[in-house]
Design a protein around this ligand. Sequence first.
Ligand code: SF4
Ligand code: SF4
Length: 723
Amino acid sequence: MYKVTWDCVSNGVLLVNDANGSNVIAPPRPVFFEELDLLGFNEFWEYPKAQEPLLWAIGRRYYYKGELVAEAKGGNIFEPPEIILIEKGQNLKLEPIDIKKVIEKNKEALFVLENEALDFIEHTYKVYKKKGYLFAVSYSGGKDSQVVLDLVTRVVPCDDLVVIFSDTTMEIPYTYENVEKTKEEYEKRYPGLKFYVAKPPKPMMEFWKEFGPPSRVHRWCCTVAKTAPFIRIIKAIFGKTAGENSKTKLIVFDGIRSEESARRSNYQRLGIEAKHILQINAEVIRDWNTLEVFLYLYYRNLRMNKGYRYGLNRVGCSVCPFASEWSEYIIYSMHSDLIDKYVKILENYINYLGVEDPMKIQEYIIQGQWKKRAGGEGINSNGKHLELISEDGKLVGIIRNTRNSSENFLEWVKVVGDIFYKHSPNNKTEGEIKVSNNTHQFNILKKHKNEVVEIQTANDKVFENKIKRILYKTTYCVNCGACEAECPTNALYVLPSVKIDGNLCTHCGNCLYFVEKGCLVAKSLQMAEGGRNMGKMSRDSKLKGFGRYLTFGLRDDWLSGFLNNPEEWFAENNLGNKQIESMKVWLLDAELITKDKLPTPLAKNIREIYLRHKNLAWELIWANLYYNSPVCRFFIENIEWNEIKSVKEITEMVAELDNTISERTIKSGLSSLFNTFEFSPLGKELKIGIIEKEGRERYVKKLAQTIFTHCRLHTAFIRQQSM
Ligand code: SF4
Ligand code: SF4
């Protein structure tokens, strides 16, 4: 990845290896007349409706010939941001950027990037072709995968390659248009190249009604709309039987970049089994920045999704709990008819929560409160309900208002062992489940719309836990397809109804343990069912907020960017939305910003210290994290000096301390902590947590240090000074 500086004379940008620190800028994106029109710039400036970009933007700040000329502030899904013209931005007459000249000036850098990527693809292809792997490009219709498609098709012969478009059914119309035209072009250019579409089994809007709206906590949408359909289509293309499929391994070339997803930067560029046991993800442009991607589109004359011309930083689902207010406004302005359908579902959900005043409902949407949904309140589960009673070596499940529950139970239970049963008169089914050498009797009694399942568990907790998960599946399954994608042997199909091939099922448990409760819907609805007392956890637990950094760590390069420009950092940085959100929480916990994102006096002190003695600044921050960050405090208080612990071991320790925290939250918190150690001096240099890897497992080693006391004293001193 190159550094970026302005080329002021030509209103361009330069990719450079070395630059004077003060000249380096965050990589900007090109700005087109469509975005200016949408935001109302035509009231202030004159500009042509040109194909070429007119100026550049970093975040929400606009630059012309290297000078800041305007800024967009505020706004929300329904209201435009306010345009603030800077002095240099008064009465501007914009001229289109000479993009040919910009490319000419950056030709060498682009050539280097291009060739490095081509070499990586060729090497990957040669090595894995010999091992019998198959190859696919994951294509989304956005700029990153457009670049990857161009690079990969130039190396991998089309007989060995398929292109898979992940259609979430929630894409913006410009994406569908771009995909269609790209497909036509590539099919002409590379006869024989096959395009496939990976799609959820029904429109996502239907799933929104059944699961409840997705939120930052309940991200079921990514699994249902992307991961599961992708794996399902791979299985459909490359073989259906276990014999064939068990050998089917796939290299998926994708456009994920570490600039947008720090979590991914923890993995090797080849992410072995990072997404699924059958696939290796090859991140072709992992280290490219946004500008390099845009310039490459011009350099190779590739198609650009029109969404970028309207100001979107990235194109994806038209409604997303991680979307910024900026992209919400842009998408709503372009396609209000489409978004209104989702807004209607949100309104019903909010209404179901007990909010009736239309103004308040709108406010709730504007503030994005729905994105914070942690439990199932407000979701109409149509009366579906599971009650579990465990006593005296017996588990009883009372299933209410679920159609075909006994048939579904009898199917799902095959994943645990072999079953034998017979239907008796009076709506009763009796049978037994054989697991290894143990036999468990069960019976199912049907009463009106309810069914009562009674199983002898012999107090075998592992077996009981599996049966509970099966009962959750039986009660709530809406055939979303997520379980099916988890099955490595193709024993499980959930469409059109659940079917398990007992001959293929190896009882591996993947379909039971991939998510809490064994079913994504059950997890999404869990608060409504009173299955777990989340309210108690959030009030009482010392570990409240354990996973609040969304897996991202506090990285040295991010901190240095912030300290360099604390007042402007939130407006001018190059991170993705989730990364910014995570960074905000880290900075709050480190006491470097206020809730309004303004730098605290402590931030100014830390900045001075950081410039002279970086590690000391980090020690002070670590001391503050002890006070404010649940995951850091847990690590300090519970991991012994000189101990080495794996993520798995620490996960169990946390679960023992507080069994109300979900495994996913624990893992997310630990991932943030491990990433902090890995990408800051707290790890290798200060040795508070040294990260080691073995295969896919990460371990942390806490070495004895003496920084603690002096750190706390420093913090106390600086806090005192800052007050
Ligand atoms: S049981 Fe599996 S397929 Fe059915 S809704 Fe739950 S996660 Fe989806
Ligand atoms: S995931 Fe494992 S337990 Fe579930 S159906 Fe497939 S083989 Fe059986």
